[in-house]
Design a protein around this ligand. Structure first.
Ligand code: DGL
Length: 263
């Protein structure tokens, strides 16, 4: 029997739309709820306690809207908050994100992998555990990218300002011999075209959106919870809804109405 309840997806802002796109591609019959916590973006420089509180509130809201599963479409929120949400909601399928260290360690030929991510993700215990587990045979160079999320939030994916900022993060990684770059923040897939212009063609860019959509499909299939309906997508923002509405055509590919999430 189909389960037509929606899937709840959230991020600090527009970054999770890069994951939402992959979910839509992989699971076109699922209804989706997306919450951009734009009133509190960026998460990258905030404390884990603050982010855990955001995760608690937003998860409760999305479940209150009838979500049958939750996707933390944010590496920073996953690092800080997914363990607690799993304890709180053991019966709800929860899918999080983490920088794709394992595939990158397999892909590198130079043995040097760069990770672009937020300060919060790179400082987290989850990330340290990921390196211990999968990166013992490669050199991993981490690069926080303060300021980049703000450019992407504004829909600025290719201006000279964004290009110059990105170059300050990427060039040192290339200079140290990285041939594989992990996009460890869900905002960054939106600047993949810019990044691709900046790095030699032999450099591999690795992100996780498609893998998350596959994992979500597997979990829902195992639980017999895939939908078979005419799907819809609803959006909320804790910032200014019209700002999210403005960038949706660019980042989501369609216009949509955005409601205000007040908490
Ligand atoms: N998109 C988020 C991530 O994947 C967080 C970006 C931010 O708010 O700093 O880490």
């Amino acid at each position: 029997m189909a389960d037509n309840a929606p899937i709840g997806v959230f991020d600090s802002g527009v970054g999770g739309l890069s994951v939402l796109r992959e979910i839509r591609l992989r699971l076109p019959r699922e209804s989706l709820l997306y919450l951009a916590d734009s009133g509190h973006v960026p998460y990258g420089e905030k404390s884990p306690e603050f982010i855990r509180e955001r995760c608690r509130l937003i998860a409760a809201f999305l479940l209150g809207q009838g979500a049958k599963a939750l996707v933390l479409a944010c590496n920073t929120a996953t690092a800080a908050g997914i363990a607690e949400l799993r304890e709180r909601y053991p019966q709800i399928p929860l899918v999080g994100m983490e920088p794709a260290v394992k595939p990158a360690a397999r892909a590198t030929r130079s043995g040097v992998v760069g990770v672009l991510a937020t300060t919060g993700t790179l400082k987290s215990a989850r990330f340290a555990a990921l390196l211990d587990r999968f990166a013992s045979d490669v050199r991993v160079i981490t690069q926080p990218c303060p300021g980049l999320v703000e450019c992407i939030e504004a829909g600025d994916l290719s201006s000279p300002k964004t290009r110059a900022l990105l170059a300050t993060f990427v060039q040192p990684l290339l200079d140290q011999g990285c041939d594989t770059l992990i996009l460890g923040c869900t905002h960054y897939p939106f600047i993949k075209p810019l990044l691709a212009e900046m790095v030699p063609p032999a450099v591999t860019l690795v992100d996780t959106g498609a893998a998350v959509a596959r994992q979500l499909e597997t979990i829902l299939m195992e639980r017999n919870q895939l939908a078979g309906s005419e799907p819809g997508t609803r959006f909320w923002s804790s910032g200014e809804p019209h700002r999210l509405a403005q960038v949706l055509p660019l980042l989501w590919g369609e216009d949509a109405t955005v409601s205000y999430y007040p908490d």
